[in-house]
Write a protein of this length. Structure first.
Length: 133
């Protein structure tokens, strides 16, 4: 059995970054534009999803704004909730099996696991695969 420990740290980091960026590229916000926020998101700590899982919604919201993801209070609030849900997933027991499936190339299983996260739909999964290829 392949464990998440066998993925390189940089590989896991890239998966996390791609997931967050894919999550932002919704509601007529192009993937290219979301990708352009990568450095700001990294500086704000938004790719450290285990840490983010301990944050209050307001801190996520403020970090999104500080990373230049400013789409109005409703959308930034909605995305804050989705980032919080994703962070809880990453901090929970389902993350390791997802990494195992990802490393093994089981796209269908990865997609199914991601679709179980609140706020992740087919568009986010598609964006994730585009970033991951």
């Amino acid at each position: 059995d392949l464990s998440s420990a066998q993925l390189s740290i940089s590989g896991v980091d890239l998966v996390l970054e791609n997931l967050v960026i894919a999550l932002l590229a919704v509601n007529r916000f192009p993937l290219e534009k979301a990708y352009g926020l990568r450095e700001g998101l990294r500086q704000q700590g938004l790719f450290n999803l285990v840490e983010v899982s301990t944050w209050r919604r307001e801190k996520i919201y403020d970090a999104l704004l500080a990373s230049s993801y400013n789409r109005g209070s409703f959308l930034v609030g909605l995305i804050s909730d989705r980032v919080a849900a994703l962070s809880r997933f990453v901090a929970g027991p389902e993350w390791s099996p997802l990494l195992t499936d990802f490393e093994a190339g089981f796209k269908g299983r990865v997609g199914k696991r991601l679709l179980g996260v609140s706020g992740i739909g087919p568009a986010v999964v598609e964006n994730f695969w585009m970033l991951s290829s």
